[in-house]
Design a protein around this ligand. Sequence first.
Ligand SMILES: Nc1ncnc2c1ncn2[C@@H]1O[C@H](COP(=O)(O)OP(=O)(O)OP(=O)(O)O)[C@@H](O)[C@H]1O
Ligand SMILES: [Mg+2]
Ligand SMILES: [Mg+2]
Length: 618
Amino acid sequence: MARIPVNVLGRYLIHGHLSHWGCLGACRYAPRRALVGPALSAARPFRSLHAAQEPNPKAQLPPSVPLRKQWKDEAKQARKQGKKKANKDSQTVDGWELTVGIEIHAQLNTSRKLFSPALTSFNDSPNSHVALFDVAMPGSQPLFQAETLIPALRAALSLNCDIQPVSRFDRKHYFWWDQPSGYQITQYYQPFARNGHITLLARDGISPEDGESVTVGIKQVQLEQDTAKTLAQTDNTQWLDFNRVGVPLIEIITEPQIHHPRTAAVAVRKIQLLLSTVDACVSGMEAGGLRADINVSVRRTGDPNAPLGTRTEIKNLSTIKAVEDAIIAERDRQIREIEAGGKIASETRGWTIGSKETRRLRGKEGEVDYRYMPDPDIAPLIIEKDLVDHLRQTLAASPDTELDRLITHFGLTAKDAMSLINLENGARVQYFYKVLAHFERMIEEAVADDAMPDVKSYAGLIGNWTIHELGRLTTSRAGPLGQVDLDFTPEGDCIQVPDSELAQILFHLYRKHITGKVAKELIMALYLGELEGGVLESIEAHDLWFKELSPEEYEALVDEVVDGENKVLQELVSSETFPQGKLMFLVGKMMRAGQTERIDPATAERLLRDRVQKLRAP
Ligand SMILES: Nc1ncnc2c1ncn2[C@@H]1O[C@H](COP(=O)(O)OP(=O)(O)OP(=O)(O)O)[C@@H](O)[C@H]1O
Ligand SMILES: [Mg+2]
Ligand SMILES: [Mg+2]
């Protein structure tokens, strides 16, 4: 592979003004290194660069630092003035219908760039993974990396798209410093996937106005290149990192079929979830692996045949909350504008987190003409049916199927099942399955084949601990590490609390070999790295086994407690049911009266019920 070595490419310092493009070669960061500026300049004549004095048509450039500061200050001011945040409950406005269509850009989970064999390692030092083609060196040619197609196809299949047997690549021209060739390679005329859909359910959290479910059409999914990363500096200069240029993206375009802000946010989250379930994309939205552009229009209700209103496009939203808040703000702005007798201009707008208003970035008239043309250097993409069939058969279960399994087969509550699937981009649910597998192996060894307990009896316990007890570890103030997040790998391994160790703890808890209190202490010790040896060794070493009271000792304790609480006992006896409050009051008394660490609350409760039942009998 022809690659520009770091010491040749160096790191560029480019002034924020295009007229200063000529200083591309002036590498202040590594002044002793050889420079590639003149060569690049020859590859992209200044003429084309100077032609682009307009704002970046992609508008993916992070705002310069002073501008960002100004937006931050504005947002702070708005908060100070006690202005309410966008009202989360304002899902509808009387007399108006909102319409939203979404474009999502997601980085594919591949090791190579789309048209060069350079690696896609984002965290390596800047400009260390740059092939000649990535920076449009003269004579360099695109080399389609077939492996990039696999995650793209998995993504499209997870969105229920029809895979096109023949698709083609086009050039979308614009001139900006993050795009060395002067055009982005994309699929404009013939994308590789079309006609998909996603279904959003009430349990996904859609707006209540949408009822039980909404189906949103996916118009198309296309393959395209990412641009270079721009790093704004405090002195109003920009640094460029070409590691990202040419990294494969998919653009997912929905039909304009969403009518409530929260449902739009849920759609973005669901697409993100689907992509991560089939392992198609690098990371979640919050980590920058997925960016959403949101198209918003409004029209008056009453005439279903009226055309949709003029859309504005809010670029580059990077959190789910931003999607909902920005839509509410933009919808309200458009309604205000129309009610005041104005018209909606077709334009591109921006949104700052914490702000109340979207802001105009540029008008449609400022949009460049992209002069799309088929890329003459790239052959059509032919996708064989066999490949598609194979990928479809081996595709991971959709989150909906997964959710149903967690609820109906494993007996988790819908809320817990949803959290499990959403946490750490699906890593937590993988962790749950790993703990479950270890646990089942231990149970199988411990009991006879015909005595295997019902899966629901232990899966709920494992679910509860993998969601709530693990969650509590990072929020409790248990020591110097008390606030450190748990580290999960995408495969579902947890560094601090290994699945096999948690399974050991839960196995002994389930079998009543240890108490809940001891189990909590063990898991905390694991998290803090204070457990010497494994879980089992620790239980043995400190003799933490649960030494339950004998039946006689339990009976004596029940006698003692009911004697002292005769009034509560009589109330229970004369009641037809077992009021839980009263029962638990007596259990509490038993725990306090006896040796707490030797009492199982469930046994105590059962014995109390038996006693009451006996007294009720005629
Ligand atoms: N009247 C409308 N109101 C709301 N959304 C709309 C409306 N008309 C179209 N849309 C949505 O706008 C989006 C258009 O995306 P598309 O990529 O096709 O074009 P684009 O935004 O012009 O291109 P680019 O990728 O350059 O931004 C789609 O998600 C579509 O559903
Ligand atoms: Mg688009
Ligand atoms: Mg768009």
